[in-house]
Design a protein around this ligand. Sequence first.
Ligand code: DAK
Length: 261
Amino acid sequence: MTEYKNLLVQTEQGITVVTINRPKSLNALNSATLDEMKQLFDILAKDEATKIVIITGGGESAFVAGADIVEMQKLNVIESRNFSRLGQAVFSAIENLPQIVIAAVNGYALGGGCELAMACDIRIASSKAVFGQPEVSLGIIPGFGGTQRLAQLVGKGRAKEIICTTNMLKVEEAYRIGLVNAMVEPNELMETAKAMANKIISKAPIAVQLAKDAINRGFDMSLQAGLAYEADNFGICFATADQKEGMKAYLEKSKPVFTGK
Ligand code: DAK
C-alpha cells in the first residue's frame, strides 16, 4: 500500500487502522494530511481487504486537536475556501465509505478533530478524550461540517451551546448527550473498537453497507422519502446470497457463513 507521511495505515484480518500521526502538533490537520486522507479513503473505498476502518490519533494525548492553526492563520479567502472544500471532501469520503468507520477517540478531539469523529459512523472514546468546537475563539465557525453533524447528533440546543461557548466536554458528558457511543479506559480503547469491528464483520457485509447507506441518505430526506429509500435497499438484500444463507441458517438453527455476495 502507498506510504504516507502523516498517516499510519495497517490492515489486519479485515480491519484497517488509520492513525493520524503528527503527535508534535497533536495530530492537527494540515492540508498535506487532508490530501493524504483523501487519497487513502478513495483507495479504501475499493479495497476488498478492508472490511472495517478504525481511525485514531498518534501519540499519548490527542485524537486530533483541530485544523492546523499554524497553516490556517496564513490563508487568504480563496485558500481558506479551498482548505474547507478539501476538508469537507475528506469527511464526506469517510461518511460515504461503503465500510463502517469507527473513531477510537484517544484524547483531544477539538474543532476539526471533533468534526472528524462525527463524520465516522460510531465513536468509542477513552476516559482521556475531550471534545469541543473552539472555532469561535479563533474568529471562525466550524468549517468541516460541525454546525450540521453536531446538531444532528446532540440536537440544536446543545450544538449551539457547545459551539458558541466553546466549553470542552469530558467523556462522561459526551456520552451522556449521545456524542459518543461508548466510553472505556485508555488501555481498552483499541481492544473495544476491534471487538465491535469484528462483531460487524461477522454480519452480512452487503446488508451492513445498505443499512449504513439508508441511515445516511434517509437523514436528509422526508420520512416518506426515507422509507421509500429503505424499501429499495431492503429489496436489494434479496438479490444477495447472504440473505438466502442468513435465513436458511436461522431456520436450520446453524451459524450463517456469509460470503459478501
Ligand atoms: N494546530 C497547530 N498546532 C497545534 C494545534 C492546532 N490545532 N493544537 C496543538 N498544537 C501544537 C501546539 O501549538 C504545540 O506546539 P509547540 O508549541 O510544541 O510547537 C503542540 O501542539 C502541543 O500543544 P500544547 O503545548 O498546547 O499542549 P497542551 O497539552 O498544553 O494543550 C490543547 C492541549 C489541545 C488544549 C491545546 O494545544 C489547544 O488548545 N490546541 C488548539 C485547539 C484548537 O483551538 N484547535 C483548533 C480548532 S479550530 C476551515 C474548516 C475547518 C476548520 C478551519 C477552517 N475552513 C472553512 C477554512 C477547523 C478549525 C479548527 O479545527
